[in-house]
Write a protein that binds this ligand. Sequence first.
Ligand SMILES: *Cc1c(COP(=O)(O)O)cnc(C)c1O
Length: 387
Amino acid sequence: MTPAAPTGSSADVPTARLPLRAGLEGLHPYGAPQLDVPVLLNVNENPYPPSDAVAADVADAVAKAARSLNRYPDRDFGELRAELAEYLRVESGITLAAEQIWAANGSNEVMLHLLQAYGGPGRAVLSFAPTYSMYPEYARDTITDWVTGRREEDFGLDAGHAVDMIAQHRPAVILLASPNNPTGTALPLETVEAILDAARTSGPTGADGEPTSAVVVVDEAYGEFRRAGTRSALTLLADNPHLAVARTMSKAFGMAGLRLGYLAADTALIDHLRVVRLPYHLSALTQAAALAALRHREELMAQIASLRSERDRLVTWLRGRGLQVADSDANFVLFGVLPDRHRVWKGLLDRGILIREVGPDGWLRVSVGTPEETAAFTTALEEVLEQ
Ligand SMILES: *Cc1c(COP(=O)(O)O)cnc(C)c1O
């Protein structure tokens, strides 16, 4: 039997002109190429799959949750919020209430909730480039002005420049990735504190004509990889009700496929996010799988130390090879400066290694993989650079 032509493919079907919003014409969906090659070092995933024990527990939890899929899930996911708070207590030594945690399908969605609550027409979101390429998309999708300041030569952030930008633009939201993607740079907490102080009275004007506070988001997607002595912005939450610290299970926790991101903040801020979220946005299966994975946090966190030392080894190797490497507190490394970075990226791909062509011109970003993957990468890079 010949299958029927899919709807819309026939020349006889009347055409329509879809009313795409101005500014979206010709745009492509965001995303790194997903290519099927042996060594994937392009999207900063944890290279270690969950163990059989973790996978079995996740599967059991999902099977159990499947028996009540006729019901909507717990809309406020109280148990998951309590377990995420417990994880942060163990990881950072900061004690938070379950009501201070918010979660969604990846920290990208958590940050979109922030923009939905605080952005909008006539408002601005401020960040400092080069930084995460999804940030301008949150701005675009919430019709918020996108404003960028600059980072220094070493990809650090000058506190004076940041404070000037805040005073000038009175942003509703300030997005600070620390460690920053794609550079790996962590912000000293003194810089974050200077920004929080400036932000306290420098948000947009409120309905009563008085200034509001700008919401400062410290995106710690790579927070667990920070080097010893680097403090998490979670330590600043108690004194700053206009601070939100975003985390994710996608990177250090090794659960990118789960889609679970979260943030910690004052309960008043969380209450605003609860207004804009879609009802039941976290499925019962996601909640069950995340809870099961969190029960194995010790095992999953044990890999972080080895990934950190693998990163430091990679930085040393690249520098030894005469390349410039940005200091990294993350599970990836930005290196340069290459006269033709596309040639190098392509040469690696031809050898079965996918890294990311991102960041300032002449630089490439490589994720930290297993020792075998690092060896494959360094061998291939030697060959490509000698060509
Ligand atoms: C990977 C990443 C995230 C996390 O994305 P998820 O939606 O949680 O998978 C957030 N911020 C930055 C800077 C990232 O690189």
